[in-house]
Design a protein around this ligand. Structure first.
Ligand SMILES: O=C(O)CCC(=O)C(=O)O
Ligand SMILES: [Fe+2]
Length: 257
C-alpha cells in the first residue's frame, strides 16, 4: 500500500517560472520530490506524487473529454473486452497547454529513473528530452500520440493491462486524478499487480487524490535479488466505480504505431 502523499516537503524550493502563472505554468508541479518518487518506485513499484495540478487545471482537463475536436480516436472499452468505460486519445497533446506542460516537465526526471533501471537490467537508455524520444519513435514507425483521458461511470472499470504501443517502449508512465474521490465518485481505485518470478503475485491498491499523479512501470520493474536485479512484470487497471463520475488523465510517453 502506498501512503497518500498530501503535502509537498517544506524544504522543496519552487522552480523558477513566469511571474503570472498562466494555465501552463503549473505552479504546483514544482515541489515534486523526485528522490521520494524514486524510493517509492523501488520499494512499492508504484509512486504517488503530491498534487501536481490545481483543482482548476484538473477541471479544465476533465472538460476536454467532451470536446470532440481534440481527439484522434475514442475507445469504448466494453467493445474490446478491456473493461467498461470510455477513453479518448488526444490528436495533438501539445495543443492542450496543461497536458503539454505536464508531460514536458515529467519526462526528464522520469528518463533519469528509466536510465537507472536500464543500467540495472542491461536494457537500452533513453534521451533526456521528449522531443528526442519522439524522434526515435518516429524512426521506429510510431507516430501517433498516446496521452489519453479516461471516463468511468458506475460499474465502469479497466481490466489489468500494459500500455505497450510498439517496439519502442518508454518504461514509466503517469496517471493523474482529475476528480475528487469520495466526493465526485466512490470506488474506482487504481490497482496494480506485480508478478514475482517463482512466487505469488502481489496486488497494490492506490487512491490518488485530486491532482495527484501515480507513476508506475509500463511493463516491468527491476527488483534486487540475491544474484542481481530481476524483472518483475507489472500490470495496472481500475477497480469498478461505485457511484459518480471518475475522470483521469493517462500520460504515456512513447508514441504508438
Ligand atoms: O483509470 C485509471 O486511472 C487508469 C488509467 C490507465 O490505464 C492509464 O492511465 O494508463
Ligand atoms: Fe493504462
Amino acid at each position: 500500500m502506498v501512503a497518500p502523499a498530501t503535502a509537498a516537503p517544506a524544504a522543496a524550493a519552487p522552480e523558477p517560472g513566469p511571474a503570472s502563472p498562466g494555465p501552463a505554468a503549473l505552479p504546483a508541479l514544482a515541489p515534486v520530490d523526485w528522490q521520494d518518487v524514486r524510493e517509492q518506485l523501488d520499494r512499492d513499484g508504484v509512486a504517488l506524487t503530491g498534487p501536481l495540478l490545481s483543482p482548476a487545471q484538473c477541471r479544465e482537463l476533465a472538460e476536454t473529454f467532451d470536446d470532440d475536436g481534440l481527439f484522434r480516436s475514442t475507445v469504448v472499452m466494453q467493445r474490446y473486452g478491456f473493461g467498461r468505460g470510455t477513453y479518448r486519445y488526444y490528436a495533438d497533446p501539445a495543443a492542450v497547454p496543461v497536458l503539454d506542460a505536464l508531460r514536458e516537465r515529467l519526462y526528464p526526471p522520469l528518463a533519469r529513473i528509466a536510465n537507472q533501471w536500464a543500467a540495472r537490467l542491461g536494457e537500452r537508455t533513453f534521451p533526456l528530452t521528449l522531443a528526442e524520444l519522439h524522434a526515435e519513435c518516429a524512426a521506429a514507425g510510431q507516430h501517433r500520440p498516446t496521452p489519453l483521458v479516461l471516463r468511468y461511470g458506475p460499474g465502469d472499470h479497466a481490466c489489468l493491462h500494459q500500455d505497450v504501443y510498439g517496439d519502442l517502449v518508454f518504461p514509466l508512465q503517469a496517471t493523474i486524478m482529475l476528480e475528487r474521490p469520495g466526493e465526485d465518485f466512490t470506488g474506482g481505485e487504481n490497482v496494480f499487480v506485480e508478478q514475482r518470478p517463482r512466487s505469488q503475485s502481489r496486488a497494490i491498491v492506490v487512491r490518488p487524490r485530486l491532482g495527484q499523479a501515480l507513476v508506475f512501470p509500463v511493463q516491468h520493474r527491476p527488483v534486487q535479488g540475491s544474484r542481481g536485479y530481476r524483472r518483475h512484470p507489472m500490470r495496472h487497471g481500475t477497480n469498478a466505480v461505485e457511484s459518480g463520475r471518475r475522470t483521469t488523465l493517462g500520460v504515456i510517453f512513447h508514441n504508438a504505431r
